[in-house]
Design a protein around this ligand. Structure first.
Ligand SMILES: Nc1ncnc2c1ncn2[C@@H]1O[C@H](COP(=O)(O)OP(=O)(O)OP(=O)(O)O)[C@@H](O)[C@H]1O
Ligand SMILES: [Mg+2]
Length: 319
């Protein structure tokens, strides 16, 4: 089942078919619906492409092996190709002669853990050059990157015909999401969705819990007035926290201990970090979609309430 996201589908469509974007990044937290959205786009539009390639980088591979796989789709029999001028010429000839849609999912796995967001692991540094070439060289194809982390190459400018686009997914506030979850009290569903920030994965998890413990009674669950975290959700946050750099962990710990919104100035007062570290740390956290700018006051930051709750319950600090 796929619900909502009509606007996002239209945006991707316009970028590819009207604005001829060559590199699109679909970014956001784990479980927010990135893979599902791009799959839906592919299902709806597959006929408009000559070639479709979906490659998961959950277990990333070196770029030359990935290119070899791509070549073998066209003419089988290539052993591992090298990243030579000849290979690139052949590759971009393919992208010029055919309208290809290439998708790399789970791109965050090529980035280094325990450093600021979007830093390439040394064996995957070729990808950085590759992404630049995708946008600088003329062709009629498009590469969609799906990632939980934003890198320097995934940037957007307002210019309409700029070939690089970024779609940052936020929560999905559609009550239909809960339709097939055997839940009762539909009038409370939107409260539940708000509580879990419209993250479909969190909601699937919580729906299971409500079925098991509350016999599907959503009203009783939301009346508890408490954000409950399942073991699965804690696991997601544990691994997210473990991936952060020390600077980011320090900022997060400070933000959760005070349980409020923060400005750069207050964080500076509370933390023994240089201004450079603090500001780079904040940028990195926002490139992972953990940090949010408060809608009321654009100078203040806050953490996602679900993530904050995870810390309040003392699930952190096993660093
Ligand atoms: N628009 C949608 N309609 C219905 N279900 C959705 C929608 N978006 C996401 N989901 C459901 O939410 C779950 C998480 O979605 P998905 O796997 O796409 O997230 P993701 O952003 O790719 O996460 P990750 O970064 O961990 O890969 C899936 O089980 C999916 O079925
Ligand atoms: Mg995914």
């Amino acid at each position: 089942m796929f619900y909502g996201r009509n606007q996002e589908l239209k945006i991707i469509y316009d970028w590819i078919f009207l604005q001829k974007a060559r590199l699109i990044s679909v970014l956001g937290l784990s479980g927010i619906g990135k893979t599902t959205l791009v799959k839906r786009f592919v299902d709806l539009n597959s006929k408009s492409f000559d070639v479709l390639m979906w490659k998961s980088l959950r277990f990333p591979q070196r770029l030359n092996l990935l290119l070899t796989e791509i070549f073998n789709n066209f003419s089988p029999g290539n052993d591992s190709v090298s990243l030579s001028e000849e290979t690139w010429r052949k590759f971009f000839d393919i992208l010029r002669q055919n309208k290809c849609l290439i998708i790399f999912d789970d791109v965050h796995n090529i980035f280094t853990e325990k450093q600021f967001a979007g830093q390439y692991q040394s064996e995957y540094r070729d990808y950085k050059t590759f992404l630049k070439m995708m946008t600088e060289i003329e062709h009629q194809s498009c590469l969609i990157l799906i990632s939980q982390e934003k890198s320097q190459e995934m940037k957007s400018l307002n210019e309409e015909l700029y070939p690089i686009k970024v779609l940052e997914l936020t929560g999905l506030y559609e009550t239909e999401l809960l339709n097939n979850q055997s839940l009762e009290n539909p009038e409370s569903w939107s409260t539940l969705i708000k509580l879990y920030e419209g993250n479909p994965l969190y909601l699937e998890n919580i729906a299971d819990l409500i079925q098991d413990v509350f016999q599907g009674d959503v009203l009783s669950f939301v009346e508890q007035d408490e954000l409950i975290l399942t073991e699965d959700l804690k696991e997601i946050f544990n691994s997210l926290f473990d991936k952060l750099s020390k600077v980011e962990q320090k900022i997060i710990v400070e933000m959760t201990q005070q349980d409020q919104e923060f400005s750069i100035e207050t964080l500076k007062e509370h933390l023994s970090l240089s201004s450079t570290d603090l500001i780079n740390g904040l940028q990195s956290l926002s490139r992972r979609y953990i940090l949010q700018i408060t809608p009321q006051n654009k100078k203040m930051f806050r953490l996602s309430p679900v993530f904050q709750e995870y810390f309040k319950q003392g699930n952190n600090f096993h660093q």
